[in-house]
Design a binder for this molecule. Structure first.
Ligand code: TXE
Length: 510
């Protein structure tokens, strides 16, 4: 593994074997020389050493971004030129798919087939927003003569962007692409656990000639570097993806200068299966909904709601299929589900499983680490399914963020909707049925921002992503996501340049 590691990381910028941060167009170590070791979640081996930034490093990056926005060329660069650079960045990502996906698998653990998908998705996100940069964004209004009123969109300024570890490169794309397309400058903090692909992305940004200070990557922990970004009076907007608890503290920190915020937080999304659904399709997507990325997905279908009449048959088949899922190292081509991100997160998921058993839910399968080396060294948990749950149980209400499915049962459409909406979250939800009218009735009543009929999980750069209730504020992706990186300005033009006469001019008598 060491050879693979060294080869894979050879394109990152380092000093004394420590990966550097990208600030103001330069590669820098932490101001206090701090270093963090990154661990491969599949086997506990140390894979890289990276700079562990400080509050001062965050402030330096913010100052560089501020100067780049206030005095720099980016917002005055024609949209077409910004678009060209973003298209090139997209192509460069595609050209490095093998390297980026392997790096992501090494750092995050997820199987190569998932990281390859993520890399392609990240490239397409840059491509989508590159295309959008040159599209008309304004409005004009037919107001009483002799005026003309128009509305233009302008960049917000310095955007602080804090992202999690479950889709490291993709989340960076979701944040950087719309911000840069709209003419903003960025200070991005990847998760301290998974900075490698973002650092590689920064080498592309550097080589392609983005002006200095436009993209800054600061590494470090949330409470130090993340909090410094969220608090800074020089940051005009903060965009965050992560846990609801952290989202709340970012929102509080942002009140100092009333910066714009967008938050993409947790979920406990319902996947509702009616008796008339296509059985095999519903089983297949129930598995995909919860066990993709080992359940570490904000929109995971972590609650499966089954109509009474199919409950037992469905659970039987689901358990059989879940037991067949190949759990293992993400580099093994046979692997279908990888590890959890860290030992601490694994223990958190295990404690939820213990709570579920204590609460009286029935553990149908999983609930433990796989036997042997895999379970001992890596952060693996077998696909886990609970039945016999009650709505108020913690495993039903709280986001576990692991390969743990809780099953609820319902007798009719009204009860399905009631259970589906009965958490503080409102990110996603799905319904499986062959009755199209019923599908739409249920979707209409779901208090969630992302919904699916007879499928689970597809995400498109074109469509808005975000949640109702405590799943967040604002939307990413699509034109909605672009708008959230713009200020709206109205411009009123007087087409008859003469005094209004509101106050009498005594000299002229008019
Ligand atoms: O996330 P955090 P954690 C959920 C999931 C998980 C829980 C905790 O339920 O079990 O959150 O995971 C930075 N100020 N999701 O602790 O803390 C941090 O450094 C500013 C859902 O890993 O939200 C990282 O860059 N920033 C989710 C980012 O926030 C702070 C994805 C996310 O970390 C900070 C991940 C602070 N005070 C976890 N504290 C999703 N919605 O997809 C931390 N950070």
């Amino acid at each position: 593994m060491l050879a693979v590691t060294e080869d894979l990381l050879k394109n990152l910028k380092t000093k004394d074997g420590v990966c550097l941060m990208y600030v103001d167009g330069s590669w820098v170590p932490a101001s206090d020389g701090g270093v963090r070791e990154l661990v491969n979640p599949s086997d506990g081996q140390i894979v890289a050493r990276v700079a562990e930034g400080t509050r001062q490093d965050a402030q330096r990056a913010i100052a560089a971004a501020r100067a780049a926005f206030d005095n720099g060329p980016w917002r005055d660069t024609p949209a077409l030129e910004r678009a060209k650079l973003l298209f090139k960045l997209a192509d460069t990502i595609d050209d490095h798919t093998a390297e980026l996906s392997a790096m992501e698998t090494l750092n995050n653990g997820k199987p190569l087939r998932e990281t390859e998908y993520d890399v392609a998705d990240a490239a397409n996100c840059f491509r989508y927003y590159a295309g959008l940069a040159t599209k008309p964004q304004g409005q004009t209004f037919d107001v009483p003569a002799p005026s003309q009123t128009m509305v233009v969109r302008e960049p917000i300024g310095v955007c602080g962007q804090i992202i999690p570890w479950n889709y490291p490169l993709l989340m960076a794309a979701w944040k950087l692409a719309p911000a840069l397309a709209a003419g903003n400058v960025c200070v991005l903090k990847p998760s301290e656990l998974t900075p490698l692909t973002v650092l590689r992305l920064a080498t592309f940004v550097d080589e392609l000639g983005f002006p200095k200070g436009v993209v800054n990557i600061v590494l470090g922990s949330g409470p130090v570097v993340g909090a410094a970004i969220a608090e800074s009076a020089d940051v005009d907007k903060v965009a965050f993806t992560g846990g609801t608890k952290t989202g709340r503290s970012i929102m509080q920190a942002a009140t100092g200068n009333l910066k714009k915020i967008s938050l993409e937080l947790g979920g406990k999304s319902p996947n509702i299966v009616f008796a008339d659904a296509d059985f095999d399709t519903a089983v297949d997507y129930a598995l995909f909904g919860i066990f993709a990325n080992a359940g570490q997905v904000c929109s995971a279908g972590s609650r499966l709601l089954l109509e009474d009449s199919i409950h037992d048959k469905f659970v039987k088949r689901l358990v059989e299929r879940a037991r067949e899922i190949a759990v293992g190292d993400g580099f093994d081509p046979k692997t279908e589900m990888g590890p959890l991100i860290s030992r601490a997160h694994t223990e958190k998921v295990e404690s939820y499983i213990k709570t579920g058993v204590e609460e009286g839910a029935k553990l149908e399968t999983g609930g433990k680490r796989p036997p042997g080396e895999l379970g001992a060294k890596g952060n693996f948990i077998e696909p886990t399914i609970f039945t016999n749950t009650k709505p108020q149980m913690r495993i039903v209400q709280e986001e576990i963020f692991g390969p743990v499915l809780v099953i609820q049962r319902f007798k009719d459409e009204a009860e399905a909707v009631k259970l589906a909406n009965d958490t503080v979250y409102g990110l996603a939800g799905a319904v499986f049925t062959n009755d199209i009218a019923k599908a739409h009735r249920v979707i209409k009543k779901l208090r969630a921002g992302i919904t699916w009929i007879n499928t689970y999980h597809p995400t498109y750069n074109e469509a808005p992503w975000g949640g109702y209730k405590q799943s967040g504020i604002g939307r990413e992706l699509g034109t909605y996501g672009y708008d959230q990186y713009t200020e709206v300005k109205q411009i009123n033009v007087n087409l008859a340049v003469e005094p209004s006469g509101w106050f009498k001019d005594r000299e002229s008598g008019k």
